[in-house]
Design a protein. Structure first.
Lengths: 544, 243
């Protein structure tokens, strides 16, 4: 296939879709499937058949539509009406009443002018919920693989890296390392073999951004990786994905097969001299394998344990060869950057944190789901406008970002713009995008204990501070929760937290105390209320 | 290979940039405590005792796994480092079942020496008292996991020097354990050559010779020095990483 063939096929698919009277899209991401979207789809098919609309209607399973808390979701094109909580009877109504008779179905119709939709800017998720994730033609029809075609036919590797650098894109795995800089380092490394690795080992509790992208738009990741491979001079890519994402694995496998059949992966991509293969590697359930050095060892079939850096993967990575390692969301941003230019991307967000960020809203929030917002948006807008605030009768207390490596952000910092530096400034991190909201019913010491247990459980056991320190921190938290602790235990707790943070070998241990430290900083009173009274001790009154 | 100048604890020194900070410090008789490091084995950076402060960096770096850079200013004895080192030893003491008074390596134990060095007189965290297995199925040696500190010297010496790879680590986190083969009894291991290198490199009383009693076991590690020399002359196998 050449670029001309590619564009022709995209046009054919657009024509085919244009001839249909209606396209009925139902969400087939893991969230909606779990609340019955397969039954919804069957009911849709049934009533389309009985209404005699088979020739003019198409029923398509898509990726995540965003409003996960209200699933199953169904969208009808071309009028773009979105329906929530569509069970089998409601699915029948959509066909017989909405499509045939033109009624609006107010019980299920979603108001898409609401802030949940209006405040979002979609780049990474532009195709999620719009296309059939299992059809390469649908991806081509929305401009898929155009960027790869452009890169191979019009751009030099240097120019691609320049474009990525100009975009200001920073690593979406959480640390925020400038992507263009990383690509440049790998490109300059001298080696007969280089690798591109996509980190899809998303493991933070409550986070499902990467899963949604992989389930809803897998070709976008393949395209981003192929462009990266061309830019840095690699011919082999790996996607390291956790085994707990069976649907994403299935769709990635299918997507790789489709891309290979159409000369978009494999030898001589799009008739150029560039060859690039992508293989999947499935994780075995270790959180620490999301850490880059542990991840690469795991790909090599060895025990997933981190090792000291430097050397960084960009110098010596997989099998000691220069390796470009980026997160799913980072790769998902590449195709639009190449398509529209780095400056277009840099204009979105803030000067230091450009573009958008996908967040998974979870916890005590009305609109649980997947959102994409421009960087720099205030936390308050995300939680109260987009998320709809906490459930009725409760009050917002804190937002937790960055999962077990992050911290809790209290009410007084709600106007903080969401970017890498601001979040770090209040002791949290951007993280991969999990955002858990807590209300007045949540106990902060319990929250800290939950995350510390998680880290103790997931510690690989290599270095002493993380292996033993996390266990003792969790033990001290339990002692506080069961009201057996004194102020001396609190002091020890803080000292251990700082020690584990400063001395651990890898990011897991270095960030494991963050949930404790940040709750100690903002909710110290909750800790102190649980302590055994000691004579002469005055509890803190101010929350700062 | 190039010569760099650096400052360690206000002393101006020079060193080879292919050596680690630890090696350069030791060449200049500057003491940095270590536990998992052993000359002649690959570095794992796991015990975190050799952490040092580098000016201009907020992060502590492990001296064993970090190469020097021209003009580096390093501190090895700040109050913060000493506090952290003490806590690391404290954590190790709480993790296993260490009873010095009845241990075969009493007075010859690296963990005990470090405890003296950092001034560990009592342990503030609760002892975890894990249930660990002792394996005396080997004809010559015993592994007592109660005293193991998971430094992985045995794993590395067996893989890198002896080439047998009898030892490895099983489980994760606080449940980590050194196992023989696929967690078989040591005596049943067909890979083990009974060379005893693992016993000699073990810093504590976890790997011991049969027939030794309290405070009798002293470990001689000179053999590694000869191997290192041979390696430097490229007369021996290359160093591989820990498995």
């Amino acid at each position: 296939m050449t670029i001309e063939d590619l564009r022709e096929r995209a046009q054919e698919e657009r024509d085919r879709q244009g001839q249909l009277k209606r396209r009925i899209l139902y969400c087939s991401a893991a969230g909606c499937i779990s609340c019955g979207s397969k039954e919804t789809a069957a009911a849709l098919k049934q009533s389309v058949k009985s209404s005699g609309l088979e020739g003019e209607c198409e029923i398509v399973g898509t990726g995540c539509m965003g409003l996960c808390g209200e699933g199953p979701l169904v969208k009808v094109q071309p009028d773009d009406s979105l329906f929530q909580q569509v069970d089998a009877p409601a699915a029948g109504d959509i066909v017989t009443r909405h499509i045939v008779k033109g009624e609006s179905l107010p019980d299920h119709l979603v108001d898409q002018s609401a802030p949940f939709f209006a405040s979002q800017v979609k780049i990474v998720l532009e195709n999620c919920g719009r296309i059939n994730a299992e059809s390469i033609d649908e991806y081509l029809a929305v401009g898929g693989y155009d960027a790869l075609g452009k890169a191979l036919s019009e751009l030099e590797p240097n120019e691609i890296i320049d474009e990525v650098r100009k975009s200001g894109l920073r690593g979406r795995g959480g640390a925020g390392y400038p992507t263009g800089l990383k690509w440049g380092i790998v490109q300059k490394a001298q080696s007969d073999q280089k690798y591109v690795v996509c980190n899809a080992d998303e493991g933070d509790p409550g986070a499902f951004m990467d899963r949604s992208v992989l389930e809803g738009d897998p070709h976008r990741i393949l395209e981003g990786m192929a462009i990266a491979g061309y830019a840095v001079g690699a011919q082999q890519g790996y996607i390291y994905i956790r085994a707990e994402y069976p649907l994403a694995i299935e769709r990635l496998r299918l997507a790789i097969k489709q891309a290979e059949r159409n000369a978009l992966l494999g030898n001589r991509i799009l008739d150029s001299n560039f060859s690039f293969r992508i293989d999947l590697r499935i994780g075995a359930g270790a959180f620490v394998c999301g850490e880059e050095t542990a991840l690469m060892r795991s790909i090599q079939g060895r025990r997933g344990r981190p090792k000291p850096r430097p050397p960084y993967p960009s110098e010596r990575g997989l099998w000691e060869k220069p390796t470009l390692l980026n997160n799913v969301e980072t790769f998902a941003n590449i195709a639009p950057i190449i398509r529209n230019g780095g400056e277009w991307f840099a204009a979105i967000g803030t000067p230091k944190s450009t573009g958008t960020k996908v967040f998974a809203l979870a916890g005590k929030i009305r609109n649980t789901g997947l959102i994409e917002v421009p960087m720099g948006i205030p936390l308050r807008t995300i939680i109260f406008d987009i998320g709809g605030g906490t459930p009725e009768g409760t009050e917002f207390k804190a937002a937790q970002t960055g999962g077990p490596s992050g911290g809790c952000i209290p009410t007084e910092h709600l106007d903080l713009p969401v970017d890498y530096e601001s979040l770090a400034g209040v002791g949290s991190i951007m993280g991969s995008g999990g955002l858990i909201v807590m209300d007045s019913t949540s106990k902060m010491v319990d929250v800290a204990k939950f995350f510390m247990d998680f880290c103790a459980d997931e510690s690989c056991g290599k270095c002493v501070p993380c292996r033993v320190g996390t266990v003792h921190i969790a033990g001290l938290l339990q002692k506080i929760i069961s009201k057996n602790a004194t102020i001396e235990d609190m002091k020890l707790l803080e000292e251990l937290c700082i020690m584990v943070k400063e001395t651990s070998l890898c990011g897991l241990g270095q960030s494991a105390p963050n949930p404790v430290l940040s709750t100690l900083r903002f909710f110290r009173k909750e800790y102190e209320e649980l302590l055994q009274p000691v004579e002469g001790f005055v509890p803190t009154n101010t929350v700062s | 290979m190039a010569i760099v100048t650096l400052t360690i604890n206000d002393e101006h020194l020079s060193g080879n940039d292919s050596d680690s900070i630890l090696e350069i410090a030791r060449q200049h008789k500057i003491h940095i405590p270590t536990l998992c490091h052993l000359d002649g084995l690959s570095e794992v950076g796991a015990c975190r005792l050799c952490l040092v402060e580098v000016e201009g960096s907020s992060k502590l770096v492990s001296a064993c796994a970090t190469k020097p850079v021209e003009g580096m200013v390093i501190r090895t004895t700040t109050e913060r480092l000493q506090r952290h080192r003490r806590t690391i030893i404290e954590l190790l003491a709480s993790e296993g079942n260490h009873q010095c008074a009845v241990c075969v390596v009493n007075e010859h134990c690296e963990l005990q020496n470090l405890a003296y060095e950092v001034g560990l007189q009592y342990v503030r965290v609760p002892y975890l008292y894990p249930r660990k297995e002792l394996d005396a199925s080997h004809k010559d040696f015993i592994i007592d996991r109660n005293r193991c500190i998971l430094c992985t010297r045995c794993v590395r010496v067996c893989h890198e020097v002896e080439g047998a790879h009898v030892w490895d680590i099983a489980h994760r986190g606080i449940h980590c354990e050194i196992v023989t083969g696929l967690d078989d009894p040591w005596g049943a291991s067909e890979a083990c050559t009974a060379c005893g290198k693992c016993v000699l490199v073990c810093p504590v009383g976890a790997l011991i010779e049969k027939g030794t009693t309290v405070a009798e076991m002293e470990k001689k590690r000179d053999f590694l020095k000869y191997i290192v020399t041979a390696r430097q002359k490229r007369e021996w196998i290359d160093i591989h990483e820990e498995g």
